[in-house]
Write a protein of this length. Structure first.
Length: 202
């Protein structure tokens, strides 16, 4: 897993870097005070002391801003997944799926609001381009699809690996996940157990 694939790293001009930091600081404060959903891009621009045009040149929508806010955490998350996979190379794909799912559920619990903002951007961008997904989604999808492909090799009548990865990620999206947490009252551990019961051999 190459973390350089997740986020493009490039050198910024000093003024652009300063603007970016002002935007991120302002957004972070507003999100902490109000939550992500109620905060508008105009509020963020005003709090950062910049014009809306400057903000939109940097971030096309709030979801892109949310992704930038958590990108360091995303990189750390994938480093943990990679370390887990290396430490458990000889384990079954079912067990490795359980482990990586557990890591993602913990990550989701810690960054729930920002992840919801990222997903809202995905939906907005998908209207323009049916193929758009965030780098986080793409990397997770590849991870899960690879594990499902290993499982399929053990039993020839298993469903399509890409389809299974799509369905698993749909179950992990904020709307579905938070429904299980807040309406059905399941704990993160219970959600993990139910997902494993559906998507693994054991």
């Amino acid at each position: 897993m190459n973390n350089k694939k997740i986020f493009d790293v490039h050198t910024e001009r000093r003024d652009a870097a300063e603007n970016r930091q002002r935007i991120l600081d302002a957004a972070s404060r507003l999100f902490e005070q109000n939550g992500v959903e109620p905060v508008s891009m105009n509020q963020i621009a005003k709090k950062a002391g910049i014009g809306p045009g400057t903000l939109y040149r940097r971030y096309r929508n709030k979801g892109e801003l949310c992704l930038d806010l958590i990108k360091d955490n995303v990189v750390i998350f994938f480093e943990k997944v990679e370390a887990y996979m290396q430490d458990n190379q000889t384990a079954s794909p079912d067990r490795r799926l359980r482990g990586s799912l557990g890591l993602f559920i913990r990550f989701r619990e810690n960054k729930a609001q920002l992840l919801k903002g990222v997903e809202e951007a995905e939906m907005t961008n998908r209207i323009r381009s049916k193929t758009y997904h965030s780098p986080l989604y793409d990397e997770l999808h590849q991870l899960f699809a690879d594990l499902f492909k290993e499982m399929a090799a053990m039993k020839k009548d298993r469903p399509n690996s890409v389809f299974r990865a799509d369905m698993l990620l749909a179950a992990l999206r904020s709307d579905a996940y938070l429904f299980q947490r807040e309406v059905r009252g399941l704990s993160p551990e219970e959600i993990l157990e139910q997902l494993c019961a559906i998507f693994t051999l054991s």
